[in-house]
Design a protein around this ligand. Structure first.
Ligand SMILES: Nc1ncnc2c1ncn2[C@@H]1O[C@H](COP(=O)(O)OP(=O)(O)OP(=O)(O)O)[C@@H](O)[C@H]1O
Length: 294
């Protein structure tokens, strides 16, 4: 597979002087054409900053991002982004079809072609009957399907997704995860998805990149050794899935310290498993409290 995206020695610092804050540093990775890579990291570690640099929305302080060999300096036309907050990313005064067609307008695409592409993308996400509705007439999950259709209608070489399913209920989240897997297989899409949900990163990814706390750098790049066809129940129950999620949880909770701490005794397998369980429980509790305050 050829590299679609290359991130080299990326660093981004917000502000300057004593108040400066380095959000990401020493980031190096590539994403191959047709790959679905998930980035998982602790809250506030710099995941969105990384995506914004890749999308050309902010200029990194150092390093480069290239899409099929071309340096990204502004948002490339063949890159689309799906954000977490669908309610703010859709225009309430435009119909579902109008929202999906919107980014195509500035690309010189004819009216009939815009209409055709919007109808096709809405069919892919199961919303053919909702073209004339307005976002506020739809459920949260349906609104996020519209956002996904809008991104797909642009026929992006690379689809960036920033916590795309974090604002919907658990059942809808599972449905949207499976929708993404179906669509990416049908269209050989290349996807980079950021999440703070360990299980989601393993369920969706061909690869999971684990980030450290801020300033984020990559602590592990794990291939996901699961069959391409995933299933919400059997995949999550499989031994490989359980092992991988434990590994990601351990890396997040107890990242390798490298040469800086060479004498630290390695915890036993039982201690590591207990630490991973505590981390998963704390993460679930924090999601439950986030959900109850939303
Ligand atoms: N515009 C900004 N100016 C200054 N600091 C910023 C700015 N945006 C983000 N930061 C800081 O950079 C760090 C990384 O933020 P970022 O939003 O990239 O993290 P994140 O991993 O996406 O967070 P979350 O998991 O909460 O979505 C945080 O400490 C944040 O406070």
């Amino acid at each position: 597979m050829t590299a679609m995206l290359e991130v080299a020695d990326l660093r981004h610092t917000y502000g300057s002087g004593p108040g400066a804050h380095t959000a990401v540093q020493n980031l190096n990775f590539t994403i191959a054409t047709g790959e679905l890579a998930c980035i998982v990291g602790p809250s506030g570690c710099g995941k969105s900053t990384l995506l914004r640099c890749i999308a050309g929305l902010i200029k990194p302080s150092a390093g480069t991002v290239s899409l099929h060999g071309d340096l990204i300096e502004r948002t490339p036309e063949d890159l689309a982004v799906v954000f977490q907050d669908y309610s703010r990313s859709l225009f309430p005064w435009l119909s579902v079809r109008g929202n999906v067609e919107f980014p195509l307008r500035s690309r010189g695409i004819s009216r009939s072609e815009r209409k055709r592409r919007a109808a096709e993308a809405l069919e892919w996400v199961g919303l053919s009957g909702a073209e004339a509705k307005y976002p506020w007439q739809l459920s949260g999950g349906m609104q996020q399907r519209v956002s996904i259709a809008r991104a797909l209608a642009c026929q992006p070489a690379l689809l960036l997704m920033d916590e795309p399913f974090a604002s919907v209920d658990a059942q809808t989240r599972f449905e949207l995860e499976d929708l993404l897997l179906r669509v990416r297989h049908e269209h050989d899409s290349t996807v980079l998805l950021v999440t703070h949900d360990i299980d989601e990163s393993v369920y969706l990814g061909d690869r999971v990149l684990v980030l450290s706390k801020s300033p984020a750098s990559i602590v592990a790049d794990l291939p996901v050794d699961l069959p391409a066809q995933r299933d919400q129940i059997t995949t999550r129950e499989s031994a490989n899935f359980v092992t991988l999620r434990g590994e990601v949880a351990r890396l997040l909770h107890n990242p390798p310290t490298g040469a800086a701490d060479p004498v630290k005794p390695r915890p036993t397998a039982a201690e590591e498993e207990a630490a991973a369980q505590r981390f998963l429980e704390a993460e679930r509790a924090s999601h439950a409290s986030e959900a109850s305050t939303n």
